[in-house]
Design a protein around this ligand. Structure first.
Ligand code: HEM
Length: 183
């Protein structure tokens, strides 16, 4: 009889312990699925946020849509007032729709080249410039005006150089003047 009572008591004790354990897990919110999710969160690398900050696009760093628009306005103004290259734009200035197309094209170029959310939709750069005999020097004047426009708008040094470097990649499509064809 004592044996049966002891057996019964140990059975009751076992069940009690089991339910107490389950109750504690639920009370602390650490029952299995949540506990696993919490463990996964803890394992995630902590550098992710820092990486996203470093990966800001050039487009955002130069002020996004407003920044690009202000740069292009000033760039156009400087180019048209620059006696060294202004004669190229005589026919353009005479027709508002041509001027607007050029302004739009320059904006799309800057936006696209700085990894912004735009795509250049104008005439292919090579086709648009190949019959103009633009020289390296004139290309530099044009690019230098871009630099000056950024300077006026207080674009930081690093971003000025980065954008200028990217614009420089268009050089081969634009320069077809004497200096190059002499070789
Ligand atoms: C980074 C350099 C340059 C860029 C990004 C650029 C961009 C453009 C774009 C987007 C257009 C409009 C194309 C279209 O019809 O859809 C254009 C046209 C033109 N570009 Fe350039 N260009 C550059 C350099 C130059 C230079 C150095 C000159 C002359 C000195 C020049 C003279 C012209 C002229 C005269 C037109 C024709 C405008 C018109 O249709 O009336 N470009 N350029």
């Amino acid at each position: 009889m004592r044996r049966i009572v002891l057996y019964f008591l140990s059975l009751v004790l076992g069940f009690t312990l089991f339910y107490v354990e389950v109750a504690i897990e639920f009370a602390t919110g650490l029952h299995e699925p949540q506990a696993e999710a919490a463990r996964r969160r803890r394992r995630r690398p902590r550098t992710r946020k820092l990486k996203i900050i470093n990966e800001k696009k050039l487009y955002e760093r130069i002020g996004s849509a407003k920044g690009v628009s202000d740069i292009v306005d000033e760039w156009m103004r400087l180019n048209l007032a620059d006696a060294r290259i202004a004669p190229f734009f005589g026919a353009t200035v005479a027709k508002p729709e041509r001027l607007a197309k050029l302004r739009r094209g320059l904006g799309e170029q800057i936006c696209e080249i700085s990894d912004g959310p735009c795509q250049y939709r104008g005439t292919n750069m090579r086709r648009a410039h190949e019959k103009m005999n633009i020289t390296d020097e004139q290309f530099i004047f044009f690019s230098d005006n871009l630099f000056k426009s950024m300077q006026k708008l207080s674009v930081p040094e690093r971003e000025k150089n980065e954008l200028l470097g990217r614009i420089g990649t268009l050089r081969d499509d634009i320069v077809h003047g004497e200096e190059e064809s002499e070789e």
